[in-house]
Ligand binder design. Structure first.
Ligand code: TNX
Length: 527
């Protein structure tokens, strides 16, 4: 019997066949074609490579995951020395999208093929889920015969960590990356500067790593908060992520959310005074001064040191929540508005972004911004984040007309600092964002293909005001990130909440094996 399944039929039919838990894959692949029979994976299986490129990391990653299920690593053999009982990794290096892959399992062998190492890695992640789900602690694991063809809906699938609010040591960020990679996330956005902390080593301005990286006052837990990443650590982190096909996107949030940096170098504010690294959440009126030309020289220096460690072509410049009060009162800002014919402080914001973007252009980088509706003009070639709750459809259409690319991270589906269940409130103003609400996310908002063609992906933002360590980060991220990545990877017609819930439990068991402290979605009940 051979059947071709698409859409929600996949779950229903597999359920009837009693195989649904064996193929509980997240994110849901594009097509799954289940056949009769099983492949027996055991210590006698081998791995063979059909490629000229070095796939030693991919082989090690596959072996690490297989070992969890069968207790042993598989031998790597030269392709062609055996024809049966193999897992063949084929990297054709032809044309095609780098993330696409196919996975074919019959009773004799498993073949993962892709045109690029990225697709191959994703095929390995899918196979590992199937193996883990079928593994029952015995030395042989029977996995169902299947043909999977897969490709992502969106090219940008990201999570954001906010070590600015609470520093997260580099080894913890690596653990976070490990889990992201297992579920086909491909960008980690690091929010590295904010009012409450500066987290990147900058050699030219050492006070950034003493004054700005240190929050003397407690924030209710009786401890000071401090930390920054050295350049060597960041380079290592970037390489670590890169090996797992994850790009780290740095953020330098300007002109607002900058009190930590300005507390060390107040000469770049409109009204230099004693500023302290902010100890409470919220929005400050202290911005970088747009009327002071030396502000841009300072930012140029910061960016020039940051790009040394972050090769990402995209660089986030923040741009959110910058109250204009000080720019209104500042004589330098007012003269700049007159001199450049900018109209008012909103025009000055566009000027500020153009000036900083010029620095990025010099380094061959493209800017990302938190999109603010009242900024009259953003630099050409920018990518925007739709983040304000409730306004997303307006942002989608406005950015399309303005010619910008868009990443969707709306509050109502993607703010992972919001509590997951009633009774888990961290502070009173936050909305409640349960798993199901994340799952409802359609990044295209049901718009016609041409109206959503400029959307490049999704991101969940884990703002860190109340996320003080990596275990809390894991708790707030998983399982909601399963729902988010499915919104970014899977076509809407292949998604359903009923199917997702069933596929979720085997994944939670995997996280448990990996000692990831996810939140148990008790409100859903067991399947
Ligand atoms: C708004 S969303 C912010 C962050 C806060 C977050 C808390 C955005 C671009 N800015 O500074 O951490 O709300 O949810």
């Amino acid at each position: 019997m051979k059947c071709i399944f698409t859409t929600t039929m996949i779950f229903l039919t597999l359920h009837l066949m009693g195989q649904q838990s064996e193929l509980a894959i997240i994110p849901q692949p594009l097509s799954i074609d289940v056949n009769d029979g099983y492949y027996s994976l055991s210590e006698y299986s081998t791995i063979a490579i059909q490629s000229d490129i070095d796939l030693s990391f991919e082989v090690a990653n596959l072996n690490k995951q297989i070992k969890r299920a069968i207790g042993t690593n598989l031998k790597l053999v030269k392709d062609g020395t055996e024809t049966e009982n193999q897992i063949v990794l084929k990297c054709t290096q032809g044309n095609g999208d780098s993330e696409d892959y196919s996975l074919s399992i019959d009773d004799k062998q498993i073949i993962i093929s892709a045109t690029d190492r990225t697709g191959l890695f994703y095929g390995i992640q899918t196979l590992s889920q199937i193996v883990d789900n079928a593994g029952d602690g015995h030395k042989t694991v029977r996995i169902p015969c299947v043909i999977i063809d897969d490709k992502p809906r969106f090219k940008y699938r990201a999570l954001m960590l906010d070590p600015a609010r609470h520093f997260l040591p580099v080894d913890d960020v690596k653990k976070y990356i490990d889990v992201m990679a297992m579920y086909k996330f491909n960008h980690l956005h690091l929010h590295l500067s904010d009012d409450q902390g500066w987290r990147v080593e900058i050699e030219k301005y050492p006070l950034l790593n003493t004054i700005s990286s240190f929050r003397r006052e407690t924030d209710g837990d009786g401890k000071p908060h401090y930390g920054y990443y050295t350049k060597a650590e960041l380079k290592e982190l970037v390489a670590y992520a890169n090996q797992r096909f994850i790009t780290i996107v740095p953020e330098l949030d300007v002109p607002g959310h900058s009190v930590a940096a300005l507390s060390a170098y107040p000469e770049y504010t409109c009204f230099p005074k004693m500023l302290k690294v902010r100890t409470i959440p919220g929005v400050s009126k202290d911005l970088f001064c747009a009327g002071n030309d030396s502000t841009f020289l300072f930012l140029r220096d910061l960016i020039s040191e940051m790009v040394e460690v972050f090769p990402s072509e995209r660089f986030h410049l923040g741009g959110d929540e910058a109250p204009l009060d000080h720019w209104k009162e500042c004589s330098k800002c007012q003269s700049k508005i007159k001199e450049k014919g900018l109209g008012d402080e909103h025009g000055l914001m566009s000027y500020f972004f153009d000036e900083v973007n010029q620095i990025l252009i010099d380094y061959n980088k493209r800017p990302l911004f938190w999109y603010e509706l009242d900024v009259p003009k953003y630099p050409k070639g920018s990518t925007m984040y739709a983040w304000r709750g409730g306004l997303t459809s307006q942002v989608i259409s406005k950015t399309r007309h303005e010619g910008f690319s868009l990443i969707c991270s709306p509050g109502e589906h993607a703010y992972f600092d919001y509590p997951q269940a009633k009774g888990e409130e961290t502070c009173d103003w936050m909305a409640y964002l349960p798993l199901r609400q994340v799952y409802k996310f359609d990044p295209g908002y049901g718009l016609s293909p041409n109206k959503q063609a400029h959307i490049i992906g999704v991101e969940a933002t884990l703002w860190g005001e109340y996320v003080k360590n990596i275990d809390r980060a894991f708790y707030m991220t998983w399982p909601r990130a399963f729902a988010l990545v499915e919104a970014g990877w899977s076509e809407m017609e292949n998604r359903s909440w009923e199917s997702f819930q069933k596929r979720l439990y085997p994944q939670l068991e995997r996280l448990q094996k990996l000692n990831v402290k996810y939140r148990n979605p008790t409100e859903l009940g067991k399947p």
